[in-house]
Design a protein around this ligand. Sequence first.
Ligand code: ADP
Ligand code: MG
Length: 278
Amino acid sequence: MSAAAAVHGVDAGPSGALAGAGMRVAGTDVDTSHGPILYLDGVSVSFDGFKALNNLSLTIDDGELRCIIGPNGAGKTTMMDVITGKTRPDAGTAFFGQTIDLAQLTEAEIAHAGIGRKFQKPTVFERHSVFENLELAMKADKRARTAVRARLSGADLERIAETLELIQLRDQVHRPAGLLSHGQKQWLEIGMLLMQEPRLLLLDEPVAGMTDEETLRTAELCQSLAGRHSVVVVEHDMDFIARIARKVTVLHEGSVLAEGPMDTVQADPRVIEVYLGR
Ligand code: ADP
Ligand code: MG
């Protein structure tokens, strides 16, 4: 059991703010009764005639931790841009759960519906403490009942404590975020996303620029997120991927080249060709 789950266990407060099993329900109902939380079907994106995504179809199960790998230019970031509404596909469909057609929503509405995205560069409020960063992220969440000026409730404090534990920054809680290491800033930003209770979390190259020790701790963090959230991790660092991988999808030239357990994918001649042939 993770530390966060332990916190849930001891304080599932009467407000219901901390729902059972650590899974909180986002403001918009995401219908995952058929299993998947994300469906991409036949998605294509062209930039000046160049197909960054080419008939991409992909399904992510609810609670899954999925790793996406692939050479530079394979379309990994573009895929995240499509899921978050930053880029609109020329063809194909993207659904969040059974019923939410992402093409019908703005970027803000997609975030509000429960899809959180971590970009490569950390964007924390440097002058504010770790605690304040988490607090601000929670209050920025339109779903939260807490008004910006209102005092934090016991349940709010519990959520912050739980997140601090998960991102392993409890001993840094009063430090200005600007003084954190690069890795710690990345964790803080993940924590800030978690305060908004996403159902699906997209992490683009989370361990880029991290020390080996920080990379290991990020692997632990990803593993403890799985099950509580659905997580899609794009990463180049194969040691990191091997550490956290369950199901791996290899993208190449905008489509799925291979998918399956890490060892199967790594042994796939087409995958070897794509990685070695460069
Ligand atoms: P990855 O994240 O897998 O490295 P990207 O999704 O960033 O790949 O890019 C896929 C391809 O699309 C690349 O060839 C890239 O140059 C191109 N591309 C991405 N975004 C744009 C854009 N806004 N305009 C033109 N080309 C783009
Ligand atoms: Mg990229």
